[in-house]
Design a protein around this ligand. Structure first.
Ligand SMILES: [Fe+2]
Ligand SMILES: [Fe+2]
Length: 322
């Protein structure tokens, strides 16, 4: 191995082989790994081209009953992803499935905020976040213990809307405080706005379901989720260890592709479907690598699974969208 490299770029052959093996264990096959191993130069990573991620199958929807109605779940991670049964357009069923899905996501948003608000000076906002976490957990327990039908689902949705409105308000207040420098948490303003937009979207969905309409409109589904997938990829890029140049590059490439998709939704489903499958593959590989301690990052495994579930949900909505 050359010793002319700067100190920071020196690797032994053994280190390079080990590094390559770790990427493979994490499910990431790097194009041109031979180049990396033979040159022994860290800067070669950037010249290798895009990494390829193995196909992650989201599987079939498995049926179950919650709140007296048939719903379904997609798996593959630490928590089930609730969806309506295929082809189902019943607003009661979709209300239950969407509340199970988004209730879990909004509960986790509060959990992430609490994790990222350390120390006594942030006890106030952290306490509010922990309170939302408990309230969403209790709300989901209430949903599981109830029986909803056409006469009662709108009232339950209204109780969900009240809680959702409260967390939307909290996210807005926190974003403004963080942006203005009145609060010094570890939550980016963009993370507050991202999660607020998800809650606002859920609020709109519940209002639509209360009107009896369970359709997904492709003109809404693609721009909404493309924007969220772009931001997830940027979050991943920013939370990876600076040494993870290849994965950071892959995350930034994914963000750029969703930025294009968001700006110009196309008439065919294919480009969006191909893009969402790619981001699912990337997120599954990243989640496995993070859980196994094979990727250097400050990404909590719960956050990796959270964004993976949202990508799978995007794919499910895209299949249903008209
Ligand atoms: Fe989320
Ligand atoms: Fe998200």
């Amino acid at each position: 191995m050359s010793t002319n490299l700067p100190v920071g770029d020196r690797f032994t052959t053994e280190q390079l082989v080990t590094r390559r093996a770790l990427f493979q264990v994490a499910g990431v096959t790097l194009v041109g790994t031979v180049v990396l191993a033979s040159t022994g130069c860290a800067s070669a990573v950037g010249a290798m081209g895009a990494p390829m991620f193995p196909h992650a199958d989201t599987g079939a929807i498995s049926p179950q009953t919650v709140a007296g109605v048939p719903v379904g779940t997609l798996g593959g991670g630490t928590k089930p992803i609730f969806v309506a049964p295929p082809g189902n357009l019943d607003p009661v069923v979709h209300s239950v499935a969407d509340t199970l899905f988004w209730g879990e996501q909004l509960m986790e948003h509060a959990m992430f905020f609490a994790m990222l608000m350390p120390g006594p000076e942030l006890a106030g906002p952290r306490g509010e976040a922990e309170s939302f976490q408990r309230q969403f957990e209790q709300h989901l327990t209430r949903l599981r213990g109830s029986r909803l039908d056409r006469t009662s689902y709108a009232a339950f949705n209204n109780s969900t809307l009240a809680l959702t409105n409260a967390i939307i308000d909290y996210k807005q207040r926190m974003e403004l405080a963080q942006t203005a420098g009145r609060m010094r948490s570890l939550v980016w303003p963009t993370f507050f706005s991202h999660t607020r937009n998800e809650a606002i979207r859920f609020r709109g969905r519940l209002a639509q379901l209360n009107q009896g309409n369970a359709n997904f409109d492709r003109r809404e589904v693609v721009p909404f989720w493309a924007d969220k997938m772009e931001e997830h990829a940027l979050f991943v890029s920013h939370l990876l260890d600076p040494a993870e140049k290849t994965l950071k590059g892959a995350a930034e490439t994914a963000a750029a592709s969703f930025d294009k998709l968001e700006d110009a939704p196309v008439g065919s489903k294919d480009p969006a479907m191909a893009a969402v499958q790619q981001i699912i593959n990337f997120k599954v590989a990243a989640e496995r690598g993070i859980q196994a301690g094979q990727i250097k990052s400050i990404i909590h495994p719960a956050l990796a699974d959270h964004v993976r579930r949202e990508a799978v949900r995007f794919k499910d909505e895209l299949i249903r969208a008209v």
